[in-house]
Ligand binder design. Structure first.
Ligand SMILES: [Zn+2]
Ligand SMILES: [Zn+2]
Length: 239
């Protein structure tokens, strides 16, 4: 046995010992599984990545809501929002599982590249929270994702682009019509930000009806952005 082989065997043994003490868990549902970087079999089956979705609303084509919701989001989303993915997003948001940012942001960047291979992004930014909201949670999950997605894509992350100027009711308690009204005028572009001629990639965790993303996208376009794309971890299929 050569030295390199011995070293690699030693590494393997350490890996076995480590996995016994600290077993790999599924990034989404947290169950013990084979790999830290892949979803477990159950989550993979339950949350098949959405291939060939409509880019207007991010939904599978047969469930397109573009017309109904007047959406034109240029959206790439990875998963349907259900099962283990729902659990994972919750853990990331409310249980400070910040390790999940890395897992999800790699998926988001990959999905974006696949759906929009021609897009030339100048900057990546996030759907903002109000200062009060951020203080309450300690971080803005969308900004954490956006920073990592930018790094994956090799483009600039800009923290200060959009600002949330109106405290809105939690979207999931509202119906479609109320959601649209709730977010109207809720965002503005921060003073001094020049978006003229820029192509922006906007990140959020989950697209539900698309009202928030739509309002943010329109705010960016009205401020001179040339084009705006959106990317999310998941879309709610029953919106
Ligand atoms: Zn799982
Ligand atoms: Zn659509």
């Amino acid at each position: 046995m050569c030295l390199a082989e011995m070293k690699s065997r030693k590494g393997d043994n350490w890996f076995t010992v480590l996995s016994m003490i600290w077993p790999a868990r599924c990034p989404a549902c947290d169950k013990i599984t084979q790999s830290r970087t892949k979803l477990c079999k159950k989550c993979r089956e339950q949350n098949k990545e959405i291939g060939g979705a409509c880019i207007g609303c991010g939904m599978p084509k047969e469930k397109c809501t573009c017309l109904k919701e007047a959406l034109d989001l240029n959206l790439a989303a990875v998963y349907p929002y259900q099962g283990g993915i729902r659990q994972g997003v919750h853990a990331m948001k409310f249980r400070e599982r910040t390790d999940l940012f890395d897992f999800f942001s790699i998926k988001m960047a990959d999905r974006f590249r696949t759906v929009f291979p021609e897009a030339k992004i100048d900057l990546v930014t996030a759907v903002p929270m109000t200062n009060r909201g951020r203080k309450k949670r300690g971080y803005n999950q969308s900004a954490e994702l956006a920073r990592r997605v930018a790094w994956q894509l090799g483009v600039k992350y800009e923290k200060h682009v959009l600002e949330k100027i109106k405290e809105t009711a939690t979207q999931h308690t509202l119906n479609e019509k109320q959601r649209k009204k709730n977010v109207r005028g809720a965002f503005c572009v921060e003073p001094g930000v020049d978006l003229r001629g820029k192509t922006v990639l906007l990140c959020d965790d989950v697209k539900t009806t698309g009202a928030t993303l739509n309002e943010c996208r329109n705010t960016l376009l009205k401020s001179g952005a040339e084009e705006v794309y959106c990317v999310t971890i998941a879309v709610t299929l029953k919106a």
